[in-house]
Design a protein around this ligand. Structure first.
Ligand SMILES: *Cc1c(COP(=O)(O)O)cnc(C)c1O
Length: 356
């Protein structure tokens, strides 16, 4: 029998971390994770069933994701050599930090933004350098570049649109960062299908630019598929670092099917965009809410009362949203994902009851 002092064996950096807490309360209406609330449409499910029948579950996946990369390269008008597939784009964020940063080095990003940049960096012994966003949740390139340069950041993350604020930063300022930063610029376009704006066309002119996209927000969160579009030299480094079978067969095959039969999904996304406008309009009618503009499939808003109390009252009524109020810049702020029209209606009715 062994009884060693286990915690003594754990690296100090890991000891001081806390496991990333994901709300997984059994709420009927889940508007907390920016997923697509619509399940895959019947046409797509039929495609999935067909694909499943010819899947060899006893074989390892295609380590190169060739078929999926072919499909993506056609859709994006890039070559397969420009593409890397990740087990979610979260994995690609981790791999990029492994490629470009030694322990103690700096990762730069605006604040507030996607929490995983700092969390993954911390887990790897890297330091985060934040740059405060202005009152409109935007930034100017010059001071941001100054922050990046004085801290000697190796890599900058720009969430575009920005999670959790919802907006796209001024394109001209992002462009200036791409043009003038001599480290790596990662444009995280996880919400691209809702914003319909992208910096992907800048790739041929800037070999230090990396675009990240994800299938999680448009209907396949369960499959964990993200991808990077970048210079082939960067893709080669990703291929050195990633585990050989980081993308499983079902994720590859089903994603390929969905992308090749996208029309019914596009209809869902169009409906979500209409619902986003309606939600913003309806929420803005409550005088006591501050509603921030959104280019994504979620809306950030500030309540006049204690947001955590509102969060709990919504949860008691079966609606899960995201409570962001612990962040010093996001006092009393909640984030709600745009769901189905029925889900959004329930949310609007319940929030009206709670804040009245
Ligand atoms: C959700 C999200 C991701 C993570 O996507 P996965 O592909 O599910 O790992 C990345 N970046 C931002 C800004 C996100 O909101």
């Amino acid at each position: 029998m062994s009884k060693v002092d286990l915690i003594q064996l754990v690296k100090e950096k890991v000891q001081s971390l806390k496991a990333y807490h994901v709300e997984n309360v059994d709420c009927e209406i889940k508007l907390h994770a920016n997923e697509n609330s619509f399940p895959p449409p019947p046409e797509i499910l039929k495609q999935f069933e067909e694909a499943f029948k010819s899947t060899e579950l006893n074989r390892y996946p295609d380590p190169d994701c060739s078929a999926l990369k072919q499909t993506l390269s056609r859709r994006l008008n890039v070559t397969p050599e420009n593409l890397a597939i990740g087990n979610g784009s979260d994995e690609l964020i981790q791999i990029l930090l492994q490629i470009f940063c030694d322990p103690g080095e700096i990762v730069g990003f605006p604040d507030p933004t996607f929490a995983m940049y700092a969390i993954i960096a911390q887990g790897m012994g890297l330091k985060s350098q934040t740059h405060p966003l202005d009152e409109q949740w935007d930034f100017k390139a010059e001071p941001f570049l100054e922050t990046l340069n004085t801290s000697q950041a190796k890599i900058a993350f720009i969430s575009y649109p920005n999670n959790p604020t919802g907006n796209c930063f001024s394109a001209g300022e992002v462009q200036k960062v791409i043009e003038n930063f001599s480290g790596i610029v990662v444009l995280d376009e996880a919400y691209h299908d809702f914003a319909r704006k992208s910096f992907i066309s800048e790739l041929p002119r800037h070999n230090n630019l990396i675009i990240l996209r994800s299938l999680s927000k448009i209907g396949l969160a369960a499959l964990r598929v993200g991808y990077a579009v970048a210079d082939p030299l960067i893709i080669n480094q990703i291929d050195k670092i990633r585990l050989p079978y980081n993308s499983n067969t079902l994720s590859q095959v089903l994603t390929e099917r969905l992308l090749n039969h996208f029309e019914p999904v596009q209809k869902q996304l169009d409906a979500l965009l209409q619902e986003r406008d309606r939600m913003i309009l309806e929420l803005s009618k409550f005088g006591s809410l501050t509603v921030f503009p959104s280019d994504a499939n979620f809306v950030l808003f500030r309540v006049e009362k204690d947001a955590s109390a509102v969060f709990r009252q919504l949860m008691d009524r079966g609606i899960l949203v995201r409570d962001l109020s612990r962040h010093p810049r996001l006092k009393n702020c909640l984030r709600v994902t745009i769901g189905t029209p029925e889900e959004n209606q329930s949310f609007l009715e319940q929030i009206a009851n709670i804040i009245k």
